[in-house]
Design a protein around this ligand. Structure first.
Ligand SMILES: [Zn+2]
Ligand SMILES: [Zn+2]
Length: 176
C-alpha cells in the first residue's frame, strides 16, 4: 500500500489506521514519503521523524492533510504577545520567530504547521522537557488541552533570550 492510499484508509478510523500502518511497516519507500512530508512541513520542529513508528507517521499525515492543502508554506511569525501564564509583555525575538515566553517558557497551541495560526485549540502549552542537540537546546511542549506535542529550539542568541534559570529548572525536571 502506498503512502497516499494508506492515509486515505487511515481516515476511516482507528482499525483501518492500524491495518494501514501494519501494511506500510515494511514498505521503506512509502515510509520515506511520509517522513519527507513531516520534514517538509516542519523543519523547525526538531523531531526524528524517520524513527517514528509507522502509525505515528500516518496519524501525523492525516492530521495535517487538510491544513497542508490550505497552507503549504511555513510562515515565520515574530510577533510581540502577552504571555497567557505570567502576563508579561513578550517582545519579538528579532532574529527568528518567538513562539514562547522567555521567562516562564509557556507557549500556546496556535499553529497546525509552524506559523499558520490554523489551530482551533489555542490552549496554553507547557514546557515538559529539555534536551541538548549540538549547540541547540530543544524544548518539548505539550498542549494542556489536547496533548499535542511540539519540539522547538530555545532562543539563546537574541536580545531577550530564554531565561537560563528557567531552562536549567526545566532540564532538572526532564526525565532521562
Ligand atoms: Zn510567561
Ligand atoms: Zn491543543
Amino acid at each position: 500500500m502506498r503512502a497516499d492510499a494508506a492515509v486515505a484508509a487511515a481516515r476511516r478510523g482507528r482499525g483501518p489506521l492500524k491495518r494501514a500502518a501494519e501494511a506500510l511497516r515494511d514498505d521503506a519507500e512509502a515510509r520515506a514519503a511520509l517522513v519527507n512530508r513531516v520534514v517538509a512541513v516542519s523543519p523547525d520542529v526538531v523531531e526524528e521523524a524517520s524513527e517514528w513508528p509507522t502509525k505515528r507517521l500516518l496519524r501525523w499525515a492525516l492530521d495535517r492533510s487538510d491544513a497542508a492543502q490550505v497552507t503549504r508554506t511555513l510562515t515565520a511569525r515574530d510577533e510581540a504577545f502577552v504571555c497567557v501564564r505570567c502576563g508579561r509583555d513578550v517582545p519579538p525575538a528579532g532574529r527568528t520567530a518567538r513562539d514562547h515566553c522567555p521567562w516562564c517558557l509557556t507557549s500556546r497551541h496556535l499553529d497546525v504547521v509552524p506559523g499558520d495560526r490554523a489551530s482551533t485549540c489555542q490552549a496554553p502549552m507547557r514546557a515538559v522537557g529539555l534536551e541538548v542537540r549540538g549547540a541547540d537546546l530543544v524544548i518539548t511542549y505539550r498542549c494542556e488541552a489536547c496533548a499535542a506535542t511540539f519540539r522547538v529550539r530555545a532562543l539563546q542568541d537574541v536580545a531577550v533570550p530564554d531565561d537560563p534559570a528557567a531552562l536549567r529548572a526545566l532540564s532538572a525536571r526532564t526525565p532521562t
